[in-house]
Design a protein around this ligand. Sequence first.
Ligand code: AMP
Ligand code: ZN
Ligand code: FE
Ligand code: FE
Length: 286
Amino acid sequence: MIEVDLHLHTTYSDGTLTPKNLVSLCASKGLKVIAVSDHDSTEGIKEANQAAEEFPGMKVIPAIELSTDIPGSEVHILGYFVDYLESGFQSMLSEFREGREDRAKGMVRRLDELGIVLSWERVEELADGGSIGRPHIAKAMVEAGYVKYPRDAFDRYIGRNGPAYVGRIKLEPRQAVQILLQNGALPVIAHPTYVSSKSGPDNISELRPVLAELKESGLVGMEVYYGDYSPSQVSDLANLANEFNLIACGGSDYHASGNPDEPEPGTVGPPIESYEALLDLKGEDI
Ligand code: AMP
Ligand code: ZN
Ligand code: FE
Ligand code: FE
């Protein structure tokens, strides 16, 4: 029985469920602890907290997901128990969101040069005032009939090595860890096999130096029970988390994205002990 999902998105970034609908869905799947972890935004947390009041026993962890780059790949860092009222933190998030807007405009321009004509107004409308991201562009491409599913847009055009990809504001993983620690949040590395395009035991060797550096910077956990990771990936990552003394976290990373076979809340997540370990740490540090 899955009771914990520490990675979920809402309409305040590139998810398509409102916080209220997301919380209801999670409650209906039997989840007891969820983290609302939008990209560069904490705007959905209040609404999620309010919605959770209708489900006694349901806890919402205020969270965030920050994107960073390493040569040839990207690393996402989740922050748990984020102090979303802190103004310095919020102005940093605003800056990141503005950077996303410029970047999205750049990708729409590149697509245009490739003959994929999208209306910027429509992309903005799909983002609906939230933190804009590539999934909004992908959705506009689906609507306009250029691709069947959002993920096809990534595979062919806006994935990291795609012809319409535009990079983001430069941020290193360890800087994201520092930003979160300064805020009082607990930094956890998301979907670590993203570090390499290949999954499986091979890329674990590439992960080690990243984990060593981030652990030194104050990383407290890594995602192990994630999305559609296979049982062997999960067991390799669990060993690695153990080796680096990192809390084994995870979740569905649900976006209600419209892609086939998207892992749903309630199908994947860490044991309740991982949540308790995060709570313990939060108690000690703050
Ligand atoms: P961005 O924040 O604009 O860089 O977009 C990253 C987001 O795009 C991720 O959080 C996922 O929601 C989504 N994404 C990344 N890669 C893919 C893919 N191959 N197929 C579908 N969605 C993806
Ligand atoms: Zn996303
Ligand atoms: Fe991510
Ligand atoms: Fe995510």
